[in-house]
Write a protein that binds this ligand. Structure first.
Ligand SMILES: O=c1ccn([C@@H]2O[C@H](COP(=O)(O)O)[C@@H](O)[C@H]2O)c(=O)[nH]1
Length: 301
């Protein structure tokens, strides 16, 4: 089954919350653990136990494991395996992107199910040019995996690049969304190539709106236009592509369910809202982690 189909099923069965499993040093200490390999392992596997059986998607951020070297990466391998065993899709947050031949090596490392780090999907950066991602696209297709392409990130620095406009007047962020529209065309129930769009973009930009509109840029299909721009002029985005959307920045960075509805409009149905620190602060009690995940799931609707 394709990633897009698995994602659609997972959201239908488990709701729209993505649980970030990010072992920040400060969280390890809050949980009464040492900031060392044993603390990392205890933290990460407790989070998996409390969250992976209940949420559709878990998102370990690779950086927090890599900082412990190869033994930290071995913990990440267990997080991936145990989350899959608990029925969650694993979206490994790596934000990789490079020249094509190197992208191929990354794709083999993270998307081949035979690889120790093989995941259901990964985050990738298109800012070496969308075409540089083709090895990821081809490898994902080969292994029924998925991609989440950075389009409009949740950080306040993103608009410098993502709100810039190309010759035909579209923003760079919209260009990425339009590439995704084409990749997912004709896929049912949903394509496997998703976008990363921050749940915070209305607060980093000046205004937003979720009205249904035809996009000014040439694109096909249902259109969900949202307007926001750091300069107050408003930049139009069309989120009506037939693919998954990851919305990081929910919770700790300030994004709320109301923000998601306003930013995405009808496309909100394909959005998983991602929270890491806000959710993990409920630990180390496994039941408290589970209860918070279920509460947020219900809040997201
Ligand atoms: O635009 C983006 C893309 C990815 N992230 C990642 O999501 C989590 C957010 O963690 P919180 O603790 O919920 O703030 C983290 O892994 C980021 O690397 C993002 O924040 N924004």
């Amino acid at each position: 089954m394709t990633f897009g189909a698995r994602y659609a099923t997972a959201l239908a069965e488990r709701g729209r919350l993505c649980a970030g499993i990010d072992p920040h040093a400060s969280l390890l200490l809050d949980w009464g653990l040492n900031d060392d390999l044993a603390g990392l392992e205890r933290f990460a596997l407790t989070a998996v136990e409390g969250l992976a059986p209940y949420v559709p998607v878990v998102k370990p951020q690779s950086a927090f494991y890599e900082r412990f070297g190869s033994r930290g990466v071995a913990v990440l391998e267990r997080v991936i395996a145990e989350s899959k065993a608990a029925g969650a899709l694993v979206l490994l947050d790596i934000k990789r992107g490079d020249i094509g031949s190197t992208s191929q090596a990354y794709a083999d490392a993270y998307l081949d199910p035979a690889s120790p780090l093989g995941s259901d999907a990964v985050t990738v950066s298109p800012y070496l040019g969308f075409g540089s991602l083709m090895p990821f696209v081809e490898t994902a297709t080969k292994f029924d995996a998925g991609l989440f392409v950075l389009a409009l990130t949740s950080n306040k620095e993103g608009p410098e690049v993502q709100h810039a406009t190309v010759e035909d007047g579209r923003s760079v962020g919209q260009v990425m969304l339009d590439h995704l529209r084409r990749l997912n065309e004709a896929e049912t129930p949903l394509g496997s190539f998703g976008a990363v769009v921050g749940a915070t973009i209305e607060t980093t930009g000046a205004r937003s709106g979720g009205e249904l509109a035809r996009p000014s840029a040439p694109s096909e299909g249902v259109s969900e236009r949202s307007e926001h721009g750091a300069d107050g002029a408003g930049v139009a985005y069309d989120f009506g592509f037939n693919g998954p959307i990851l919305a990081p920045g929910f919770g700790e960075q300030g994004g709320t369910p109301a923000d998601l509805a306003r930013i995405f409009g009808a496309a909100n149905a394909n959005v998983v809202a991602s929270t890491s620190r806000g959710l993990l602060r409920k630990g180390p009690d496994v039941a408290a982690l589970r209860d918070e995940a279920l509460r947020l799931r219900d809040e997201l609707g």
